[in-house]
Design a protein around this ligand. Structure first.
Ligand SMILES: [Zn+2]
Length: 337
């Protein structure tokens, strides 16, 4: 698990053209080589000057060669990328920064093949692992819970079983295989009055039981909020946990899902389209949570006018997110949210 460090509050809001590039042209201007990228990351990571990750002393380091900082106090050597998701990377920093720029500027995000092409990376695997590392930086630790009126429901993602008029044995097998690849995603979304949606939280669950759905709600929704759910008994105990449950009554089959749960319905259809479009439906269950993080990151910032600010924020976050090894990327996530 990556180790998180709390980002200190920065009273000064980053400014376009001073703290982050306004345009791609400016990006090219600012970052002609790895050296300029490294200095930029140092400015972001050590806003008040270098702080030794070994002893915590600030302002007592001298600079060695190739971006190394040597602490006068404890003699420890470090670099701006040590202990971050860029730790020990063999990919040039310039490619990393370009990847972040590309990721935040593409409305629908980017898949590994697309990233490999635009950055001219040697291998698909490199691009794939870069995107996975960046996804680790898309979730802010200690983020606040949703509040107000929150819709909560489950949706299915993954390949849909083929329609078959005549069920041959082969088709039956395909249907079973696809069913096994389907995944359940919990969706929570703030509903604004009189209209509009707020923020979302998503998480993969293995079933729709109380044991699966209650912890999700408690983790992502502030107690005291109104939680709108369907009639499922899995949500029965919400009232006892400090929430006000509003059960939607399904009046026969006449009311389509988008009328009863407009928020969840909207998110579910966007999510499915994104997984099928940008990622061509190739997301495996053990990776899904990270894709959900990226989807939520994009959705929650959909109204942000400044893509450049997102570039800055993502780098800020990447510099406080611990290293992730290739083995960790391909391993199943153990914790929730
Ligand atoms: Zn030190």
């Amino acid at each position: 698990m990556p180790q998180y460090v709390v980002v200190p509050d920065n009273p000064k809001m980053p400014v376009a053209g001073r703290d982050y590039p306004k345009t791609w042209d400016q990006f090219l201007d600012w970052f002609p080589d790895d050296e300029s990228c490294r200095r930029y990351l140092e400015d972001i990571r050590w806003k008040q000057g270098f702080v030794c990750p070994g002893c915590g002393e600030g302002g007592v380091a001298f600079q060695g060669t190739r971006g190394r900082w040597i602490c006068r106090h404890c003699r420890r050597q470090s670099t701006v990328t040590a202990g971050t998701i860029f730790d020990k990377t063999r990919t040039p920093l310039r490619s990393w920064l370009a990847a972040v720029w590309y990721v935040v500027n593409q409305k629908q995000g980017v898949n590994a093949l697309g990233l490999q092409r635009v950055l001219g990376l040697g291998s698909y695997q490199t691009a794939w692992a870069m995107l996975h590392r960046l996804r680790r930086a898309m979730i802010r630790p200690g983020r606040e819970r949703l509040h107000g009126l929150v819709e909560v429901d489950e949706c299915w993602v993954g390949p849909s079983p083929p329609n078959a008029l005549r069920l041959t044995k082969k088709k039956q097998q395909l249907i079973e295989k696809r069913k096994a690849q389907r995944m359940i995603v919990m969706v929570a979304i703030e509903i604004k009055e009189p209209k509009g949606f707020g923020r979302i939280r998503l998480q993969r669950v293995t079933n729709k039981s109380e044991k699966a759905v209650l912890p999700f709600v408690m983790e992502v929704v502030e107690p005291g909020s109104v939680v709108r759910t369907d009639g499922s008994a899995a949500y029965r105990k919400l009232d006892k946990r400090g929430y006000r449950r509003e059960e939607t009554v399904i009046a026969g089959a006449e009311d389509p899902a988008h009328v009863i749960m407009p928020g969840v319905h909207r998110v579910a259809s966007l999510l499915k389209r994104w997984l099928l479009g940008t990622h061509q439906g190739a997301v495996r269950p053990e990776q899904l949570d990270y894709y959900l993080d990226e989807f939520a990151f994009r959705f929650n910032r959909r109204t942000s006018r400044s893509r450049g600010l997102l570039f800055y924020r993502m780098l800020e976050q990447a510099l406080v997110t611990g290293p992730v090894t290739y083995a960790q990327i391909t391993r199943k996530r153990k914790h929730n949210i």
